[in-house]
Design a protein around this ligand. Structure first.
Ligand SMILES: Cc1cc2nc3c(=O)[nH]c(=O)nc-3n(C[C@H](O)[C@H](O)[C@H](O)COP(=O)(O)O)c2cc1C
Ligand code: SF4
Length: 452
């Protein structure tokens, strides 16, 4: 399988369809001239519930990390009560190894704005906040300029939508974050949007019921909303002609992986970058056909499938199929953001694990004891092992610690702790010998393990 034509990157020259050197910012006029805003015009001719149904049928799954079905999320909104309802667009892109949303914003911001306007119509939302990470200075300016063009052309603002008289007044703003990983978590994002410390909220209530300012709020990733545009234009069947189908005989609720996807590849490859492919590309094909192979002809050792919180694929998982089933099939957390980090044979997996643990320990917001204390312990223990002072008991303790923290074991509020947990556990499990050989060199005495 291979993508027949670029979809999300149709205006962003990307191999194999175009040369990145030819990329330039698409302004409103060029966007319209190349078919832009036709999907919004089409959406406006349909009832909101019809648009939600179309997105539901497409089985578009969120591209921000969790893979939740977008149409289903939109259908969770309570009936309108005359009070404000919001859309929060997650442009925090804080997951290490992830830089795909930036590509869309950098060069084709109106694709995102069109997706936003369609979602606002479908869900009858009043105000959209694009929450963008603080480090994306340039991208925030690009968005502000594009939003101004969109207001000038009656995509946002009172009374008309694209010249069609309407009683709605959709508004769109850019809200800049201040550089905390946790503000990418949807409820941390909402707190930050409200001007508070970005501490994730206990769920339920879910944001669709009580989100920004206590009001119903849809939160979607940039790429998810961009993908809505071609779905409306070309229909859900066309979208489902790409990607990986539900396995034969599986119930309709079993996850499928349809549509095009942006894969951001970094690490030890010759041509790192963002590439668009159908969901379900083989890791080896991504490295060889798109990234020009391994850097300096070295051998493949490991890869992160989609941001470091997903854990790692091992040396024998070079053929892994990168779709939403990757977690179940290859013993990692999931596809995440499809931000792939490739590691060659010289990579020190102990240092890699230590580096990841340092990140999570630093970014833990501190509300939950297992995450706050556990991530710090894991980091310190890994430092000890890396320095040659570790013991075999440290390895067992690492696994025990990692296995006991996270939203999935039910000990924390949000998924940051699961990221720490899966990253450390998968690296340890898949590269156990490397860790064991490091502690074997150690001469230190085992520390007592606390049992209570
Ligand atoms: C610690 C943490 C960080 C996250 N960071 C991001 C992020 O930077 N961008 C993003 O879109 N989603 C991020 N997410 C996922 C969001 O919580 C949420 O699922 C997503 O924005 C929903 O959009 P989608 O359904 O379109 O994917 C993060 C989740 C966690 C637990
Ligand atoms: S799991 Fe960690 S980051 Fe998430 S709320 Fe708890 S302490 Fe904060």
């Amino acid at each position: 399988m291979a993508l027949q034509e670029p979809v999300l990157t149709q205006r962003i020259p990307t191999p194999p369809f175009g040369d990145p050197a030819d990329r330039k910012l698409i302004r409103h006029e060029q966007y319209v001239a190349s078919g832009g805003y036709a999907a919004l015009r089409k959406a406006m001719e349909h009832e909101p519930k019809e648009i939600i149904e179309t997105v539901k049928i497409s089985e578009l799954r969120g591209r921000g990390g969790a893979g939740f079905p977008a149409g289903l999320k939109w259908s969770f909104l309570p009936p309108q009560d005359g009070e404000p309802r919001y859309l929060a667009i997650n442009a925090d892109e804080s997951e290490p190894g992830t830089f795909k949303d930036r590509l869309l914003i950098d060069f084709d911001p109106h694709l995102l704005l069109e997706g936003i306007a369609i979602c606002m119509h479908a869900c009858q939302l009043d105000t959209a906040y694009i929450y963008i990470r603080g480090e994306y200075h340039h991208q925030a300016k690009v968005l502000e300029q594009a939003i101004a063009e969109a207001y000038d052309n009656k995509i946002f603002g009172p009374g008309t939508i694209m010249g069609k008289v309407n009683d709605r007044d959709p508004r769109c703003f850019v809200h800049r974050g201040a550089g905390a990983y946790i503000c990418g978590e949807e409820t941390g994002l909402l707190e930050s949007l409200e001007g508070k410390r970005g501490w994730p909220r206990i769920k339920p209530p879910f944001p669709a019921v009580a989100g920004a300012f206590g009001r119903p709020t849809i939160i979607n990733n940039v790429e998810t909303l961009a993908a809505v545009v071609p779905i409306i234009m070309r229909g859900p069947d066309w979208f489902k002609s790409m990607g990986v189908k539900r396995p034969e005989g599986a119930p309709p609720t079993a996850p499928a992986s349809y549509g095009p996807k942006l894969y951001g590849v970094s690490g030890h490859v010759n041509r790192p970058g963002v590439y668009e492919e159908e969901l379900g590309i083989r890791l080896g094909d991504l490295i060889e056909n798109y990234c020009g192979g391994m850097l300096n002809g070295k051998k493949f050792k490991a890869a992160v499938p989609g941001g470091i919180s997903m854990g790692v694929l091992g040396t024998d998982q070079y053929d892994a199929v990168l779709d939403f089933e990757v977690g179940r099939k290859y013993a990692c957390l999931g596809l995440g953001t499809a931000g792939v980090i490739v590691m060659d044979e010289d990579t020190d997996m102990v240092a890699m694990a230590r580096n990841i643990a340092r990140f999570f320990s630093h970014e833990s917001c501190g509300q939950c004891t297992p995450c706050r204390e556990g991530s710090g312990w894991i980091y310190k223990t890994l430092c000890r092992i890396e320095q040659g002072d570790g013991t075999t008991r440290d390895l067992d303790m690492l696994l025990e610690l990692a296995g006991s923290m996270g939203a999935m074991p039910g000990t924390t509020i949000c998924g940051l702790a699961d990221g720490t947990n899966w990253a450390v556990r998968t690296i340890l499990n898949k590269f156990w010998d490397e860790f064991e050989s490091r502690v074997a060199k150690s001469s230190s005495v085992a520390l007592p393990v606390l049992t209570h």
